[in-house]
Design a protein around this ligand. Sequence first.
Ligand code: PRP
Length: 216
Amino acid sequence: MSDKNFLTIALPKGKLFNLSAELLGKIGCTADGLSEKSRKLIITNEAARLKFIITKTADVPTYVEYGAADIGIIGKDVILESGKDVYELLDLGFGRCRLMMAVPQNKKRARLEDYDHTRVATKFPRIAENFFAAQGMQMEYIKLNGSIELGPLIGLSESIVDIVETGTTLRENNLIELVTIMDATARLIANRVSYKLKFERINFIVDALSKQLNRA
Ligand code: PRP
């Protein structure tokens, strides 16, 4: 478990980092040197008894589930994909994106079912499998860790399941969205035990963030 005298907050590198740090800063949760570029892995604010850890996006739910971090900020898509047992406290509203299935424009098949038994490249095999199973479809999942859009362009897969935010990556690679699987935003999550043991501190943060979000 994390240090009982400190509240440990896990923040993801990448697109959510700046918005997360900025929002927490507005409620006084910050630390000198808190930056995505920091090579220091734990950034401490002794006076406020806060510790920040900056992790790979996909690892935030793991740190929180095991209690290495008491709370964290991460996308709903990543929480679902991780399958981790964490307590979701607040929808923070930012980082809005959607998880969808996309295919090459020039090879688009008429119906979703026409992709049954084909290969799909994705960073989200768990969510993808749940989705396709619910449609009665059996797919072959190829797990990639980034640049998913490359998959169908070079014949690795017939489709992708990936995040779309602005749609630029799809457009630039001549892919089109076939079906939306889910919408996602950033969430504040907590370790279940920490939430009980550090209830006052965590609840104070939840209240302050809620007020801040309502003000925006
Ligand atoms: C995400 C996602 C898409 C892109 C979508 O990738 O996997 O590639 O963003 O954004 P857009 O609709 O605004 O173009 P990310 O930049 O996180 O990198 P990675 O998937 O290559 O790791």
